[in-house]
Write a protein that binds this ligand. Structure first.
Ligand code: UDP
Length: 245
């Protein structure tokens, strides 16, 4: 992780905005070593407070893009500067566009049965030239893992999208970083459900006003319990500010 980050509750978050983050992705994708990109939101930073292994992994990442308005707010509250929210789905889409243009190849791992295939089909319908080397669902057991890694390495994709939910996807990428022969692995969570047409992106008015989380909550009320950590997060951020922790 480079110096272009702010630290929010001990997690480094990339602060240079979408375009610079994307330039970094291009650099990574052309490099000759394995790179990890994660897309933390507020809930994930709170998870990392309780799960030290997860926090360490987020600290080992090559880039954590801020996929949550709470992180943008936290940076402001702590006077760490204005950071731009980068939605994971937008970053994924830009990567797909780039792969379409440059002939870079991808593999999609994760989601329920049929989701990765459906996402691949829709991606191909949008980006005709994209080279999708393969897909695999995200409900595999430990015995299947080596088979999956072999499959990915045989297909030699440049970019690996991993959608196993957090913190599973980050832990999986980290655990297998020395086995995976890809340039970039990126945790994309629910973005593949959006690509598969199973969940919808919020209307622009919600996105632009920072209320995408509210739309997602209204559409999927079960998220409520997950989101209970957000007020707790803001409390912690103010506490740290006031007591200079
Ligand atoms: N997922 C998976 N394997 C698992 C757990 C989750 O493939 O063991 C998939 C899930 O089907 C979904 C994606 O991971 O497609 C993202 O899950 P979640 O809703 O937890 O993530 P978020 O919406 O926060 O990105």
């Amino acid at each position: 992780m480079d110096t272009n980050t702010v630290r929010i509750m001990d997690v480094p978050i990339y602060k240079m905005g979408f375009d610079e983050a994307f330039k970094k992705f291009i650099q990574f994708s052309k490099g000759n070593r394995f790179r990890m990109i994660f897309t933390p939101n507020t809930e994930m930073v709170m998870m990392a407070e309780k799960d030290i292994e997860f926090k360490d992994i987020l600290n080992e990442s090559d880039m954590n893009i801020p996929d949550g308005f709470g992180l943008v707010l936290a940076s402001r509250i702590r006077n760490l500067g204005a950071i731009e929210k980068i939605a994971g789905i937008d970053f994924m889409t830009r990567i797909l566009e780039y792969c379409d243009r440059t002939g870079s190849s991808i593999f999609i791992l994760g989601g329920g049965k049929g989701i990765a295939e459906e996402a691949a089909k829709r991606i191909k319908a949008t980006f005709h030239n994209i080279d999708i080397r393969g897909t695999y669902h995200g409900y595999f057991n430990e015995q299947e893992e080596f088979k999956i890694i072999d499959m990915i390495n045989e297909k030699k994709p440049d970019i690996l999208f991993v959608a196993l939910g957090a913190p599973k996807q980050e832990k999986w990428i980290y655990k297998n970083k020395s086995l995976l022969n890809v340039n970039v692995a990126i945790g994309v969570g629910g973005s593949i459900d959006v690509w598969a047409g199973r969940s919808k992106r919020a209307p622009k008015v919600f996105i632009n006003s920072g209320f995408e989380w509210l739309y997602r909550l209204l559409k999927q009320p079960t998220r409520f319990f997950r989101m209970m950590v957000i007020p707790q997060f803001l409390f912690k951020i103010y506490y740290e500010k006031i007591f200079n922790r």
